[in-house]
Design a protein around this ligand. Structure first.
Ligand code: NAP
Length: 492
């Protein structure tokens, strides 16, 4: 059952007087789940507890932390249908998606648990002198971490998502600022983490889950001296605000923010010549997947002005209009989608390709527009992330203009090249330019769908992420919460 309270270490607390409810975007009404906003004193308590828990938690063995992560996965599974139905109610996403995302969450937790049993995850490096160990370098945890749950992944990037799992693996206590759009889902997962912490004898304060609707809680947490790093998924505006607060502290701390990306796709004339309709169908699916509410959703397609590109654009638009529109996560996200979409469509030279259709309440109108490379170079606002099923096709006069457009793109999570293999010698300049702007380069595929494995890199030059050197997905994401220490001249 949803408690509606803040979890502060091992105790539930609701000293505040302000309450809020979550929202069901499908029925367009508030849910029955009521949450009490956390007070500044409760926030302070959670941060102090996390600091004292760190002393014990960092000295738990890898096996003990591994058992904690396995136990969290088990307790989340034990939540059963209540978790799935709460997820669906608060997000408007399907039960199928809820099951899939829960599977990914459990997989992530168990992958980090397995990683801890691999003796070299701390990357121990040894330098010997006179046949004895002289230097021994290894990674150790930073301290308590604040995690801002993502609106678009209520499970896999929220309460017990990738950030929390990797921070626990590293040996860092976690305070979650629950996303107010799915606070009930977070409440249930927080209960599972508490049960797992008790079962595996973890210290009081290893985990807290705090509720609030508004910026004050996040600001207080990032500014608290006991917090040593932040994980964030959301808007550029939000991520940047938190980065600035963290940088202005007496002791600045890192904010690992995963923010906006339009995931540019370059499609060559030869690819259009041989498989135009195939790629149009693939991209119609990718653009509308999850109502376009993925950080890897393709929002920009670049090609050379030609009849082939026009025909691709027509088929893509027709295919997109065939797909039934779907519900967005929240009225605020729908409102932002509609506003930004309108702003872009009003820009000079922007031509709408999909016809206008009426959609109910929080459903998204899937839209494709086209603009020339010349206009795109003049007006960067047509290249901004519009969170939802919206794509801009940029038709460039020639390769030189196409590369100029790529060169002035903001940093991106992904970039994709659709081409024939035999074209490789001729598209090196495009590959080289795109490589400078992205964290993952895809050949003949779609950017949606992020494999969770050590070889994945989910991050990119700013503003795709705050630090392009780190990934938010996969086992290497643990490095965000670790620092190096070297022991010199110590006995074995
Ligand atoms: P958001 O507005 O950035 O909020 C994310 C979290 O950060 C929320 O808990 C929010 O608190 C907090 N926050 C935001 N700005 C803050 C600030 N200035 N100071 C302190 N805390 C702050 O993102 P969202 O609510 O998830 O969605 C809004 C938009 O973000 C979307 O429409 C989309 O454009 C973008 N987004 C992008 C991605 C991506 O993967 N690229 C993913 C999700 C969202 P409160 O909600 O309590 O105010």
């Amino acid at each position: 059952m949803i408690t509606g309270k803040n979890l502060i270490g091992d105790n539930y607390s609701s000293n505040g007087t302000t309450e809020f409810k979550t929202f069901n975007p499908l029925t367009n009404e508030e849910t029955d789940f009521v949450f009490t906003e956390v007070t500044p004193t409760e926030v302070e308590n959670a941060c102090n507890l996390a600091n004292s828990a760190f002393k014990e938690f960092r000295n738990k063995s890898d096996r003990e932390r591994s058992e904690f992560l396995f136990a969290i996965a088990e307790e989340i599974e034990n939540l059963g249908d209540e978790l799935l139905s709460t997820y669906v109610t608060e997000s408007g996403l399907s039960k199928e998606r809820a099951v899939g995302e829960r599977g990914r969450t459990l997989f992530q937790l168990r992958s980090f648990a397995d990683m801890l049993m691999d003796s070299n995850w701390r990357e121990e490096t040894i330098e010997e002198k006179n046949n004895t160990v002289f230097l021994r370098k290894k990674l150790i945890p930073l301290g308590p971490i604040v995690v801002f749950g993502a609106s678009n992944f209520p499970l896999a990037y929220s309460t017990a998502g990738g950030d929390t799992a990797s921070a626990f693996a590293a040996g860092c206590p976690v305070i979650v600022k629950a996303h107010p759009m799915h606070a009930g889902t977070g409440d249930l997962v927080a209960q599972a983490i508490l049960k797992a912490a008790k079962r595996t004898n973890m210290p009081n304060g290893v985990f807290s889950n705090l509720n609030s609707k508004g910026y004050e809680l996040g600001i207080q947490l990032v500014d608290n001296e006991n917090i040593k790093a932040v994980g964030f998924t959301g808007s550029i505006k939000g991520g940047r605000a938190l980065m600035d607060i963290a940088a202005a502290r007496e002791e600045p701390i890192p904010v690992f923010a995963e923010m906006g990306s339009v995931n540019p796709v370059v499609i060559t004339q030869q690819a259009l010549n041989s498989k135009s309709d195939y790629w149009a169908r693939q991209y119609a699916q990718s653009i509308t997947l999850g109502t376009g509410q993925f950080c890897t959703s393709p929002g920009l397609i670049l090609g050379i002005d030609s009849e082939l590109l026009d025909s691709f654009a027509t088929v893509l638009s027709k295919e997109i209009m065939k797909i039934e529109s779907s519900c967005m996560l929240h009225p605020a996200i729908k409102e932002s989608f509609s506003k930004l979409k309108k702003e872009v469509m009003e820009q000079e030279g922007v031509q709408r390709l999909t016809t206008s259709s009426s959609v109910s309440n929080n459903f998204a109108e899937q839209t494709v527009v086209m603009v020339s490379g010349k206009e795109a170079l003049k007006n960067k606002s047509v290249q901004q992330e519009i969170f939802g099923p919206f794509t801009v096709i940029i038709k460039c006069q020639n390769e030189e203009e196409l590369i100029a457009v790529i060169d002035q793109l903001d940093g991106q999570l992904t970039g994709t090249i659709i081409a024939e293999k035999k074209e490789f010698p001729y598209i090196q300049n495009i590959i080289d330019a795109l490589q400078q702007r992205v964290g993952r380069l895809i050949f003949n595929g779609v950017s949606t769908g992020v494999e969770v494995c050590p070889a994945m890199h989910h991050g990119g030059p700013y503003p795709a992420s705050s630090d392009a050197r780190f990934t938010a997905v996969g086992l290497h994401s643990v490095r965000r919460w670790l620092r190096s220490i070297v022991f010199q001249g110590f006995p074995e």
